[in-house]
Design a protein around this ligand. Structure first.
Ligand code: CUA
Length: 356
């Protein structure tokens, strides 16, 4: 019998698990509520394998319990010797053939899906005018933030991936420093971003994110990469194709946008002197910047990926980034700013927006 204390411990463990796992069902982050074709296929495969495995567990447990009850010594008598089946040809064949059949049933759909989901040939397809027919996004993972470059559109953004719904979006994944892993749980499985090679895969976004609780899907880094690994979040905005085109156009319209050190606006001038060397404010460009591109900062859902999106959080981040994301590469990269300058520069950054 379980002692009172042990029972209590088990109960509290279950209670804690309930609290932790209760967030797992949210549709902006749950693998179990896929919002795209890739995630759906992976979930089906998962359920299919679990069903087969559960059947095996049930049948084996049943046979075990059956033998347990049926051949009790108290029932069969002290000197009963059961039928000896060692080396039985029939039994050997049965318990070799059944697992082979089960493994084949598991392997065929798994292999078909694996090859299908890894097929990125369409990435290189072009139409009559020589334009790429599929949308490609180059993802670069950097110590605790994400850069998203759209090479065909000539634009780049950070921390918030914006994609159209209802079509395959292809990804070139790489890392700038250490290994990370790109994961949007409700859209599909993760894939590593490495320094030495480019991994490719595609995802499909079938639901518009505006109906979600926060208007975005949540993305994560899924490879332990340093002290702020758990804070290396990004968000995903999925738009109807026409709205996506509008977004691309407004990003392209920011070409040449820059902060001037001579501006009469204290925030812009401070930004130009202290921040511009690492952070661009034009969405037109390529990947490879030191710090996240801030062109769409005002449209974002979080500050630094994790803090609430308001001026207060931004001031906290600028004042002491280390307290928010230990080990980040911004700490100590700019001179002391006065309180007035921090407030002004926060206003300026919050005003950067391409959405209406
Ligand atoms: Cu990047 Cu974990």
């Amino acid at each position: 019998m379980m002692k009172g204390l042990k029972k209590w411990r088990l109960f509290s463990l279950l209670a804690v698990m309930t609290v932790f796992l209760s967030a797992c069902g949210e549709d902006y982050i749950s693998t179990l509520k896929p919002a795209g074709a890739v995630g759906k296929e992976q979930l089906n495969l998962l359920l299919f394998s679990i069903t087969i495995m559960a059947l095996v567990v049930i049948v084996v447990s049943f046979l075990y319990l059956y033998a347990f009850v049926k051949f009790r010594r108290s029932k069969q008598g002290e000197n009963h010797m059961p039928k000896q089946v060692e080396g039985s040809h029939t039994l050997e064949v049965i318990w070799t053939v059944i697992p082979i059949i089960l493994l084949l049933i598991l392997a065929v759909p798994t292999l078909i899906s694996t090859y299908k989901l890894a097929d990125v040939k369409a990435m290189d397809e072009v139409d009559e005018e020589g334009n790429k027919s599929a949308l490609t996004v180059n993802v670069t993972a950097k110590l605790y933030w994400w850069e998203f470059e759209y090479p065909e559109q000539g634009i780049v953004t950070a921390q918030e991936l914006v994609v159209p719904t209802g079509e395959k979006v292809y990804f070139n994944l790489k890392a700038a420093d250490v290994k990370h892993s790109f994961w949007i749980p409700s859209i599909g499985g993760k894939m590593d971003t490495n320094v030495e090679n480019v991994n490719k895969f595609y995802l499909q976004f079938d639901e518009e994110s505006k109906d979600l609780e926060e208007g975005v899907f949540f993305g994560k880094c899924a490879e332990l990469c340093g002290p702020s690994h758990a804070l290396m979040d990004f968000k995903v905005k999925t738009l109807a194709p026409e709205e996506f085109e509008d977004w691309v156009a407004s990003m392209q319209a920011t070409e040449g946008q820059v902060a001037s050190p001579d501006s009469t606006d204290l925030g812009e001038a401070t930004f130009a002197n202290s921040c511009l060397a690492c952070h661009a404010v034009s969405g037109v460009g390529a990947s490879g910047a030191m710090g996240p591109n801030l062109t769409t900062f005002g449209d974002r859902n979080r500050v630094a990926g994790v803090l609430e999106h308001n001026k207060e959080s931004l001031e906290k981040w600028i004042t002491n980034p280390e307290s928010v994301k230990p080990g980040n590469l911004m700490t100590g990269k700019y001179g002391e700013l006065s309180e007035e300058e921090i407030s002004a520069v926060a206003d300026y950054i919050m005003s950067l927006s391409v959405e209406e």
